[in-house]
Design a protein around this ligand. Structure first.
Ligand SMILES: [Zn+2]
Length: 132
């Protein structure tokens, strides 16, 4: 679910309340069979293969908006400038990037640091893409 949020998808944990505009993703055949709305049964164990399954079925790579959503609470992030985050981020981050985003709901701050390059490489592999 966090990987889907990283890719910009609106992803929420399972709840018993069926929401018609959502696709229910599950690895449980039983839940999948008993679900009334649109659902997708995931077979793979590892997240990369799971994303590949979603790509095959839904072509999710066409709708990716990476790093636009809070991985903790699913809220769309807003841009913040350097001055706003100057006092709350580590100095090494401050020196290495000037791109920051903030979650307006939970207040978490995100930055485009070296960890993002690693994630991008993973996603490039999953979607067989040159750029990410
Ligand atoms: Zn948040």
């Amino acid at each position: 679910m966090k990987k889907l949020r990283l890719l910009g998808f609106d992803a929420k944990p399972w709840s018993d309340k069926c929401e018609p505009d959502r696709i229910f993703l599950t690895r449980s055949r039983k839940r999948w069979e008993n679900y009334d709305g649109e659902s997708f049964l995931i077979f793979a164990d590892d997240w990369k293969s799971q994303l590949k399954e979603l790509e095959v079925r839904y072509s999710i790579s066409k709708e990716i908006k990476p790093f636009t959503r809070c991985v903790e609470c699913n809220t769309e992030l807003i841009d913040v400038n350097l001055e706003e985050v100057r006092t709350i981020i580590p100095e090494r981050v401050f020196l290495s990037t000037d791109r920051f985003k903030k979650c307006p709901n939970c207040g978490r701050t995100y930055w485009m640091g070296t960890h993002v390059e690693k994630i991008k490489d993973d996603f490039k592999e999953v979607f067989d893409a040159d750029e990410f």
